[in-house]
Every structure is written in C-alpha cells, then in structure tokens.
Design a protein around this ligand. Structure first.
Ligand code: NAP
Length: 240
C-alpha cells in the first residue's frame, strides 16, 4: 500500500516512524522550514500546485491512501487534500491532535482572526507572538505594543514593524525555560494558536504560573472527512 503523508508536524513524523517498515511511505513537506528533520523515508518538498496539481500527483505516484498530518492551522492544504482525494477517489484521513482546553487559573480570550487582537491587548503591553513568522502581516494593528515573535530559523529579513523583533528558538521548551524567558523579556500577554499537543503546551503552563493572559486563536473549520486524534489511532485506521 502506497501512503502519502502530508507532513510538517511532530505527529506526522511519529506516524512515519511507526508505519514506514510496513507500507510504502512518501512524505510531503511544504518547504517552509529551511533545515527540516530527516523523516527517514522518501520525501518530496514543495506545494503540489493546488487541488489539480495534487490530483495529478496522486495518480502519477499511484497513491492508495493520503494521511493529512499537517498542522491544524494549515487549512489550505487540508481542504486541498480533502478535495483532491474526493476527485481522485483516494482514501483519506486527517491526523490531528486534540486542541488545548483551559485549566483552572488560565485566562484565555478567544479570537477567530488575529486582526481582533488589537481590540484586546492594550497599548504599552509587551506581547509574545507564538504564532510563527507567516502570521506577522496580521498584526499590523498592534502599534504601541512591544512585540516578540519566536521563529525556528534565523530570520532572513528584518522584523516588519519597528515595535518588534524576532527571537530564534527551536521547540520543545520546558515550563521553566518559558517562565524564565517571559520574565527576562517582561512579557505581559501571549498570542497563541490552539495547536494542541504536549510539545508546545509549556508556554501556556508558564503563562498560568505567571498569571499572564493569553489570546487564543480558535482552529479553522475542517472539511468533512475521517479524523483520527492520535498516531496510535491512525496506525489502527490504516491497518483496517
Ligand atoms: P497552508 O497555508 O495550509 O498551505 C499553503 C500551501 O502550501 C498549500 O496550498 C500547499 O501548496 C503547500 N503545502 C502545505 N503543506 C504542504 C505539505 N505538507 N506538502 C506539500 N505542500 C504543502 O499551510 P501552512 O500553514 O503554510 O503550513 C505549511 C507547512 O507547515 C505544513 O506542512 C504544516 O503542517 C506546517 N506547519 C504549519 C503551522 C501553522 O501554524 N500553519 C505550524 C507548524 C507547522 P499547493 O497548493 O501548491 O499544493
């Protein structure tokens, strides 16, 4: 069975580790990270060219099953994959981790779009943007706040606003590391996507310890499709 895993997450990487001895696995990366971790299987890099491009690829590469293991916020790829698989008649499942839920002591404010943050975080605040470089154009309204955006790769261009800067760091970080970082930088607010999982949960635990409010972006709408919520369940789904 030839399985295409749309990757770019630690869950996709773990799944590939579990199944590559059993199936013929091809991983696909968008090419967003300059130095990605080796997935240990045949890996293609770069977009497919929309739904039509993916339909053509599925046929050419004789793919039997697509596992969409992309990030919960990689909505375009997820919709493209669902549509392309429907057109090509290829079986398809979304592997997605559960979203985070607030615990006692958390102070979360929910938004659909980051443009809403402007009306929530007051001027003068120091803000940690844990949302990735690609989201920065959505924070143009946050004038008068000090912005810190954490990125995995050293940035190749200057921060787009004079009131902010990049901080380079590759997750995971321990709660203690996050507490120390937020204290050292005088962080007063966090802006976070509801990515879920344990790897990047520590920033939320640190925020709770320090009593910091968090603006949490809700997940985008998913297409109608089979969904599994863990690598183990995905392995079982494939075995069926
Ligand atoms: P996106 O907005 O949903 O996708 C934009 C385009 O990138 C897609 O239309 C597709 O191009 C291409 N693409 C995305 N994922 C791909 C993959 N795994 N293989 C081949 N092409 C892919 O995605 P994104 O939010 O930019 O995320 C890009 C990658 O980073 C994904 O693999 C995702 O898992 C990972 N990631 C995203 C986030 C996040 O917060 N969004 C966080 C961590 C990791 P074509 O239309 O040309 O096929």
């Amino acid at each position: 069975m030839r399985v295409l895993v749309l990757a770019g997450t630690s869950d996709a990487r773990a799944l590939i580790g579990e199944i590559s001895a059993k199936y013929d696995v091809i991983a696909s990366l968008a090419g967003a990270t300059r130095d990605p971790i080796d997935l240990g299987c045949e890996t293609r890099v770069g977009g497919f060219g929309g739904v039509d491009g993916l339909v053509a690829y599925l046929e050419e590469a004789k793919i039997d099953v697509v596992v969409d293991g992309t990030h919960p916020f990689a909505a375009q790829m997820t919709w493209h994959a669902a549509n392309a698989c429907a057109i090509a008649g290829v079986r398809h499942v979304i592997l997605q981790r559960l979203g985070w839920k607030p615990q006692a002591g958390d102070d979360w404010r929910y938004v659909e779009r980051f443009e809403e943050v402007e009306g929530i975080i007051p001027e003068g605040a120091t803000v940690f943007l844990g949302t990735g470089r690609q989201t920065l154009d959505q924070f143009a309204g946050l004038k008068g706040r000090r912005l810190l955006c954490r990125v995995i790769d050293p940035p190749q261009r200057a921060f787009p606003y004079e009131n902010g800067r990049f901080v380079v760091g590759r997750p995971p970080f321990s709660i203690e590391e996050e507490v120390a970082f937020f204290k050292a930088e005088g962080i007063e607010w966090l802006v976070v996507k509801n990515a879920g999982g344990t790897r990047s949960r520590s920033k939320l635990d640190a925020a709770r310890q320090l009593g910091l409010p968090v603006v949490m972006q809700k997940r985008p709408k998913r297409p109608e499709a089979a969904v599994v919520w863990s690598v183990k369940d995905c392995v079982a789904w494939l075995a069926q």
